[in-house]
Design a binder for this molecule. Structure first.
Ligand SMILES: [Zn+2]
Length: 267
């Protein structure tokens, strides 16, 4: 069994065939999916999707850093309600993004910290987004982890507190995240020809510290570049991880599934 820990199935890219896409993933051994509802207008639709697939789809609810300048306090109150819902698996995706002009570091971390209060309140982990910009000298991972040190008082019963989704940082960034109880989210970018450093980082982190994801509809694996991504690519990503780490597909499935269930809780 495999778990897709990061999908955006409410994206309009799936409007024509959402149920078929989910059914196909299930038929290929992707047993469970975490849907990421990270825009206010996606929260209700995320809950509906979870209700349509009980025991198989749960949601992360949050406001992506792209809403730094626009999210109103009323929306944060609304988010509180979604985090209280039994379908909520996590807060997310939340974090810092220096690629787009979404606000200063201070503005972005203020929104992040405001949302992190829901982790303690509802005993939920978080799905983190960190993306570096074009300018050298900025490190989104370092800034994210610094903000977590001061603004995050969530202590889980298990071993993991959250995930650095679509991990694209250095080994030093990864190590710092692992030391704070975070996992690395590994997706199609692991298969890109130029990402040798990422593959080595994942190898060093090891199967005990990763979960699988697609971030669909974006970032399909190398074999499907330019096409729409979807959760049915998870077995292929697992196979690439197995090859690179010199282990079996079964072990990758077992470990990453156990990690995902420990992070998000059983569902
Ligand atoms: Zn995402």
């Amino acid at each position: 069994m495999l778990i897709e820990t990061h999908a955006h199935l409410n994206d309009k890219a799936f409007d024509a065939d959402r149920r078929e896409v989910i059914g196909k993933a299930f038929s290929l051994g992707v047993e469970k999916i975490v849907e990421i509802a990270c825009a206010p207008e996606e929260w209700a639709r995320g809950r509906q999707l979870a209700a349509a697939f009980p025991g198989r789809v749960r949601c992360a609810f949050g406001a992506h850093p792209e809403y730094t300048k626009t999210l109103s306090p009323a929306r944060l109150l609304e988010l509180d309600g979604f985090m209280a819902d039994p379908c909520a698996a996590a807060l997310g995706e939340v974090g810092v993004d220096y690629w787009w002009d979404t606000g200063t570091k201070e503005e972005q971390t203020a929104l992040l910290i405001a949302q992190l209060t829901f982790c303690a309140k509802y005993k939920k982990p978080a799905v983190f987004h960190a993306r570096n910009g074009r300018a050298p000298g900025q490190n989104a991972y370092a800034d994210l982890l610094e903000a977590l040190k001061t603004g995050w008082n969530y202590s889980p019963e298990g071993k993991f507190r959250g995930v650095l989704h679509c991990f694209s940082g250095t080994w030093a960034d990864a190590r710092a995240g692992l030391d704070m109880g975070l996992l690395l989210g590994v997706n199609g970018t692991f298969t890109y020809k130029k990402n040798e450093d990422l593959r080595e980082t994942v190898k060093k982190a090891g199967l005990d510290n990763i979960v699988l994801e697609t971030d669909c509809p974006y970032l399909p694996p190398q074999s499907a570049r330019g096409k729409r991504n979807d959760p049915s690519f998870i077995p292929g990503i697992a196979a690439m991880v197995a090859t690179h780490l010199g282990t079996g597909n079964g072990e990758v499935a077992d470990k990453t599934t156990a990690n995902a269930l420990e992070l998000f809780g059983r569902f």
